[in-house]
Design a protein around this ligand. Sequence first.
Ligand SMILES: *[C@@H]1O[C@H](CO)[C@@H](O)[C@H](O)[C@H]1NC(C)=O
Ligand SMILES: *[C@@H]1O[C@H](CO)[C@@H](O)[C@H](O)[C@H]1NC(C)=O
Ligand SMILES: *[C@@H]1O[C@H](CO)[C@@H](O)[C@H](O)[C@H]1NC(C)=O
Ligand SMILES: *[C@@H]1O[C@H](CO)[C@@H](O)[C@H](O)[C@H]1NC(C)=O
Length: 434
Amino acid sequence: MALHSFLLMTLVLALAVAASPVRVRNNRITLPMARRANSLGVRKVLEADRTRAALLQGGRKALTKRHRQSTGNNAATNSTATSSAAAASGTASNGNVAAVNQGEDYVVSVGVGSPPTTYNLLVDTGSSNTWVGASQAYVQTSTSKATGQQVEVSYGSGAFVGEEFTDQVTVGELTITGQSIGSATEAEGFEGVDGIIGIGPTDLTVGTVGGEDSQTEVPTVTDNLFSQGIIGENLVSVFFAPPTSANDSNGELTFGSVDDSKIVGDVAFTPLTTTSPASEYWGIDQSITYGSSNTTILDTTAGIVDTGTTLVLMATNAFQAYQQATGATEDETTGLLTLSNTDFDNLESLFFNIGGQSYELTANAQIFPRALNSLIGGNSDQIYLVVNDIGTESGQGLDFINGFSFLERYLSVFDTTNNQVGFAATQFTNATTN
Ligand SMILES: *[C@@H]1O[C@H](CO)[C@@H](O)[C@H](O)[C@H]1NC(C)=O
Ligand SMILES: *[C@@H]1O[C@H](CO)[C@@H](O)[C@H](O)[C@H]1NC(C)=O
Ligand SMILES: *[C@@H]1O[C@H](CO)[C@@H](O)[C@H](O)[C@H]1NC(C)=O
Ligand SMILES: *[C@@H]1O[C@H](CO)[C@@H](O)[C@H](O)[C@H]1NC(C)=O
C-alpha cells in the first residue's frame, strides 16, 4: 500500500516534470515565449525601433504604394527601408508592408504538418501572416496543400516571398487544420528564426496572397483556433516579465483567454482607436503624464501597442517634455537617454492614461534592464531609459508605440471579437528587476 502510493506519487511527479510546459485550460492555449537578443543589431535597438516606427506610421497602403513606386522605376530610392530590403532580396513589387524588429524579439515554437516539424517563429502584433522557411525550410507532409498562390510580405528589416500552402498547425497540444502558411522561397533579414507568427489584425493580410490587388483576407492562427472551436474567444494575450538575461524564457503567449495566474486585479479594456494609421494595427488612444505634479508629456492621441518594438517611443514634442521633466541627457553610444544615479533617485513615475485607467511605469520600469546593458553597447552600471523619440511631432495618427518595455510591466490582451485592447497589472508591474 505504502509502496503503491509511493510509486503512484513518483509517477505523478514524473509526469508533471515530463509534461510540456504548454498548458491548455478553459479553452485556452498557453505557449512559453522567449526573449532573444540577436547577435547582429543589438547595439542598434533604437535604430531598429525607429525604422519600424517609420514604416508603421506610413500605414499599409502608403507603404505598399511607396514600395511599388520605388521598385517600379527600379531605382535605389532610399525612401524606406522596405524598398531597399525588397531590392536586396530581389522581390517583386506587390505585397503588404509590415515591420519586424530584428534587434530583439520574442519567439514561440509552433508545429506545422503531420508529423509536425517545429519552427521557431517571431511573435508579431504588427503583421498577420504566418510563414516558415527563413532558416529551416518548410517540410511538406501529407497534410500540406499548395494553394498555387504566391505570398509576399515586406517588413522593416526584411522581406519574404514564397508559395502559400494550407497545412495542419500544432499550437501547444492542439491542432488546427487548413491554416494558411507561407513557405518562403526567399527571405531576407530573419537571422536565427524560421519565420513569423503574425497576430496583428486580420486585414493586414489583404494584398499579401495572390497579388497586391487581391482583396482576400487570410485568417490568422488566432482566427482559425477560434473558428474551429479550439479557443472560446478570438483573442490573444501576451505576458512578459522584465528580462534578466539576453535570451530569457520570460514570456507567455495565450490564445483564447488570459492566464489569470499572471495578473493582479482585472483586465481593463479600451476600444481600438479610429485614428489612422494607428487603427490599422492594435491602435489605442492615450495621454502621458509625469510625476506627482502630473506634468503633461503627451496630450491624448493615437498610437499602438506592439510586441515588435523594444522601447517606449513617443512623438518628438513628448520626448522633449520627458527629457526636460527628468533631466536626462542623450548617451552617444546607445542613442538612449541616460541619467546620473542621483537623478535616477529623483526619477518619478510616468503615467499612461488609457481608457480611463492610469498605468504607472515606476522609475525602475523606465530604465533599460541593466543586465542587458552590454548588449546595447552600454556600461553595465549606467542608467539608460526606455523612453525615446519616435522621430516625428504629434499629429501623425501614430504618435507613440508602447513596446515591450511597457508590456513587460502590464499583461496585454488583443481582442478581435470586441475590437479592443486590454491591460492588467502583473507581479512585475512594480518590480525593481531592472
Ligand atoms: C541610397 O543609399 C545608397 C547606399 O547607402 C547610396 O549609395 C545612394 O546614393 C542612396 N540613394 C539615394 C537616392 O539617396
Ligand atoms: C540568443 O539566441 C540567439 C538565437 O538562438 C543567438 O543567436 C544569440 O547568440 C543568443 N544571444 C546570447 C547573448 O546568448
Ligand atoms: C493627470 O492629468 C491627466 C490629463 O492631463 C488626467 O487624465 C489625470 O486624471 C490626471 N491625474 C491626476 C492624478 O491628477
Ligand atoms: C504598484 O504600486 C502602486 C502605487 O505605488 C499601487 O497603487 C499598485 O497597486 C501597485 N501594483 C501592483 C500590481 O502591485
